[in-house]
Design a protein around this ligand. Structure first.
Ligand code: ADP
Ligand code: MG
Length: 579
């Protein structure tokens, strides 16, 4: 754990040494100060030599100036070290998130993931900077101050040391309690974020169901639990501060009384007395720092553990070591004995055999939940087959790099995800290096041009989060433009128009037909009317592929397709009074 943590220091070795060196030097200067005061009171003061006194003052001023510079370096460069490490970790966490598969995201709450990349890592930067440094300086000043106290007056030093076990106990106990508390706080913040994220994301549903009171109650619960955890932290803090303060003042009092006695008795000089009192302060200060380290260390480590956990999540779908770049594909697709289930014990698909010729349009129909979407999501390797294989132009898709495979597959779904940005940015997402002319052309082919022309800002119109400012049809057209730009040889249309009204559907259907031209197209359709001209129709049921053929053939065969067809057509006929 620690070794892995310190590995992050490696690229910043120079920075660490500068910071650490300055911190040690500054600590030593702080230790020297009480001794300087002692010398001043014992040696200079009685002599009353003003030029010398002023000179000594000047010398101290120089030392202070140097120390303030050192402290500034430690604060800036030390935190710089911390934020460098934090930034690197955040970069890696984000990189890793890009690699994790659909299966991972199926199980995760967005809020928790967001917390891992933001809040969790925030503490690590602080620990990376303060942890090793503070601990070292604290121990150094602690021992240094004690040695100096022994040197100034051994008995007095021992009296001071008497309190150390108590203080040590308080500090250790405080640290341990706070560490537990911090772990709870992390959990609470995660829960909190997850709730918030879901609430805001689902605000339209919340308001449509008028369930605000229910949401308020749920959130109030999380909010209160966070508060309770915080209150507990403040109680621990208050108690330990009070005890520490009292302990320190008691030591000072003891030193004052005993010191006075020793001064009167003659075994301690007045300068020694003053210097000693200052040393007690120096001696005590590290306790705060140690408490701080004990507190923040677990905080950072808890974050670091969660970060490590995330990085340790192996992407279950990744390029094999000898993966090859897919050549430009024609789109000859074969499913051979394909089996798949989201959970091993509950297969969704088994023994699926199917060939699709390059350029062919194949439609998939069948009852909801039969596994159509699942089947087609295996082709871009969003999920990995459990049995059998899928080939494209004879290549097992697992032998190709993910990127080169996915670049050649275009997908339009019912539920289009658009990014909060402009129309231009969303179209260009299809191919990030597209030229202006190509973007305009894609918009034209998706029949977006009149809409864009009507907008004052045109292509630069901002469409809101997830494209909320667009109609369903417009969103779908944007999704289509994106694919025109991408221009892949293979196209997957998953109920792309199911959510639209019939008129819009018919219009968009035309664009989709154009989009499908010259590509291998796999289309899932709910409304059979939209696919009757497909080269082939495949009927998928829970049992697998039930039958396949052209529309007329399947009608004649009088199987499940005909039943589906009747179910859709009969109510229409009835409605139109032609039954
Ligand atoms: P279709 O597209 O034919 O309506 P799906 O392929 O979406 O059917 O779903 C097939 C089965 O797989 C259903 O029982 C569904 O509940 C299940 N399923 C779909 N997606 C997931 C998922 N991400 N995790 C677990 N089960 C899923
Ligand atoms: Mg589906």
């Amino acid at each position: 754990m620690l070794r892995e943590f310190f590995a992050y220091y490696r690229p910043h070795r120079a920075l660490f040494l500068v910071d650490f060196g300055c911190a040690v030097l500054s600590g030593l200067l702080e230790l020297g100060f009480p001794m300087a005061v002692k010398a001043f009171v014992d040696l200079l003061l009685p002599r009353g030599d003003w030029p010398l006194i002023l000179l000594a003052g000047l010398a101290l001023l120089v030392v202070y100036a140097i120390n303030s510079g050192l402290m500034a370096i430690v604060t800036y460069w030390g935190h710089r070290l911390g934020i460098n490490i934090e930034t690197e970790m955040r970069r890696r966490a984000f990189d890793h998130l890009q690699k994790l598969s659909f299966r991972f995201y199926d199980e995760q709450k967005t809020g928790h993931l967001v917390a891992r990349v933001t809040k969790d890592l925030e503490e690590i930067g602080e620990v990376a900077h303060h942890g090793p440094e503070d601990l070292f300086i604290a121990i150094m000043t602690f021992i240094g101050a004690f040695l100096l106290m022994l040197y100034v007056h051994p008995q007095l030093a021992l009296i001071t040391a008497l309190i150390v076990p108590l203080a040590g106990f308080v500090v250790a106990r405080y640290g341990a309690l706070m560490a537990q508390n911090w772990r709870r706080q992390f959990g609470r913040v995660g829960a909190f974020n997850a709730r918030l994220e879901e609430n805001i994301g689902g605000m339209r549903v919340v308001q449509a169901f008028a369930n605000e009171a229910h949401e308020r109650a749920l959130f109030a619960g999380d909010n209160q639990r966070y508060r309770t955890t915080k209150l507990e932290a403040y109680r621990i803090m208050a108690a330990s501060q009070a005890i520490n303060y009292l302990g320190m003042r008691m030591v000072q009092l003891a030193v004052m009384l005993a010191g006075t006695y020793y001064v009167v008795q003659g075994s301690l000089s007045v300068g020694g007395f003053v210097g000693f009192l200052l040393l007690v302060g120096v001696f005590y200060r590290p306790l705060d720092k140690i408490a701080n380290v004990i507190e923040t260390y677990p905080k950072g480590i808890a974050g670091f553990q969660r970060y490590q956990e995330l990085l340790a999540t192996e992407p279950d779908i990744a390029d094999v070591p000898d993966a090859i770049e897919a050549p430009p594909l024609k789109g000859d697709i074969r499913f051979e004995g394909v089996g798949f289930g989201y959970a091993k014990e509950r297969p969704v698909l088994s023994g699926i055999d199917l060939s699709v010729a390059a350029g062919e349009t194949v439609a998939f129909v069948g009852p909801s939940g039969a596994g159509k979407t699942t089947l087609l999501s295996l082709l871009p390797r969003f999920y990995e087959v459990d049995a059998g294989r899928i080939t494209v132009d004879g290549h097992d898709i697992r032998a190709l790099t993910l990127a080169s495979l996915r670049r050649q597959i275009g997908i339009v779904q019912q539920d289009v995800f658009l990014f909060a940005g402009t129309i231009r940015e969303n179209i260009a997402y299809g191919r990030l290096d597209a030229s202006e002319a190509e973007i305009t052309e894609a918009a034209r082919r998706a029949r977006l041009e009149t809409m864009i022309a009507d907008l004052p800002a045109g292509l630069d119109t901002v469409i809101g989060e997830r494209g909320v400012k667009l109609s369903g049809g417009q969103k779908q057209r944007l999704a289509i433009a994106r694919i025109f730009l991408k221009n892949p040889p293979i196209l997957i249309l998953d109920e792309a128009t199911s959510a639209l009204d019939t008129e819009t559907e018919a219009a968009i259907q035309q664009s989709l037909t154009e989009l499908a031209e010259g590509r291998t197209t796999l289309v899932i359709a709910h409304r059979l009317a939209t696919i009757r001209h497909a080269d082939r129709i495949v009927v998928v049921t829970q049992a697998g592929i039930a039958e396949q053929g052209r529309h007329e053939e399947l009608l004649r065969a009088d199987g499940p397709y005909r039943a589906l067809h009747e179910a859709q057509v009969a109510p229409l006929r009835q409605a139109m009074g032609t039954a």
